[in-house]
Design a protein around this ligand. Structure first.
Ligand SMILES: C[S@@+](CC[C@H](N)C(=O)[O-])C[C@H]1O[C@@H](n2cnc3c(N)ncnc32)[C@H](O)[C@@H]1O
Length: 245
């Protein structure tokens, strides 16, 4: 019986080019991430983007919000770049995986679980409200990265996060995020039928925003949009490049 339990237990890692990656069933964000090469190369491309457009350097502190099962951190490990890295996520399984397979062997990578509510990833967490604070000091972060995170969050939660990002970022700090952003659509729509030819299902699978509404939120939170790239990211999300005003 014990033998069967071990046989049935799903593996939590795969090895690819000497890197430990999350097993395929743990990966999120679209089918393409199930390809090991794509998974690692996509993260390497993101690191190039952060260096080229967000001023990321060896002395930067990088905050990866919604780090999931460590895609960006694994990208850094694959190229051997030194970086001060903190990943946070509401999914405790993801943070446990990252602690076990990334920070235990690479102590300069830190991961923190935030027990906050997200109906898709942590429905029993504490709701995010005006008292919400990231576990970071004022002006302690240079670059914030959120890939495919606001695309699963409701507007009030995004508002509280943007307020906190403004607090923890240094005065010339930068933010990269992706979101479903369209002109001429309602302010916020959860799982819009037929959008991007995908059948969105389950809680917060896709939260689509009106582009102008997002711009207002961003500006009210003390950020400027330096660049906007429409529809080029996973599942048709757009990329926002921000700096603190
Ligand atoms: C689609 S996955 C993207 C993972 C990773 N950023 C990547 O690109 O591989 C979205 C992640 O955002 C996390 N998330 C959702 N709401 C969050 C919140 N309020 N704070 C931090 N993480 C959150 C989820 O738990 C999940 O790991």
């Amino acid at each position: 019986m014990i033998k069967n339990w071990f046989r049935n237990k799903r593996k939590e890692t795969v090895t690819f080019e000497n890197l430990t990656l999350p097993a395929l069933h743990l990966r999120t964000g679209g089918e393409q991430f199930r390809d090991n090469k794509y998974f690692v190369h996509s993260a390497q491309k993101e690191i190039t983007r952060l260096k080229t457009h967000f001023g990321l350097s060896g002395s930067s502190v990088l905050l990866d919000i919604g780090c999931g099962f460590g895609r960006l951190a694994i990208g850094f490990l694959s190229i051997g770049d030194p970086i001060s890295y903190l990943g946070i996520d509401v999914n405790n399984n993801a943070i446990t995986w990252c602690d076990k397979h990334i920070s235990s062997r690479n102590p300069r990578f830190h991961f923190i679980h935030l027990n906050l509510q997200n109906n898709r990833y942590n429905p029993k967490g504490k709701s995010i409200d005006l008292n919400f604070k990231l576990p970071l000091d004022d002006k302690s972060v240079d670059v914030v990265y959120l890939y495919s995170v606001f695309s699963h969050m409701l507007q009030n939660d995004i508002k509280h996060y943007l307020r906190e990002l403004s607090r923890v970022l240094v005065s010339r700090g930068t933010v990269f995020f992706t979101a479903f952003a369209e002109p001429d659509v309602p302010t916020e729509t959860v799982n819009p039928p037929g959008y991007q030819n995908i059948e969105w299902k389950d809680a917060l699978h896709c939260v689509r925003y009106n582009h102008d509404f997002l711009l207002t939120l961003i500006e009210e939170s003390g950020f400027t949009v330096d660049e906007f790239k429409y529809g080029e990211e996973t599942e048709g999300q757009s990329a926002f490049y921000l700096s603190k005003t």
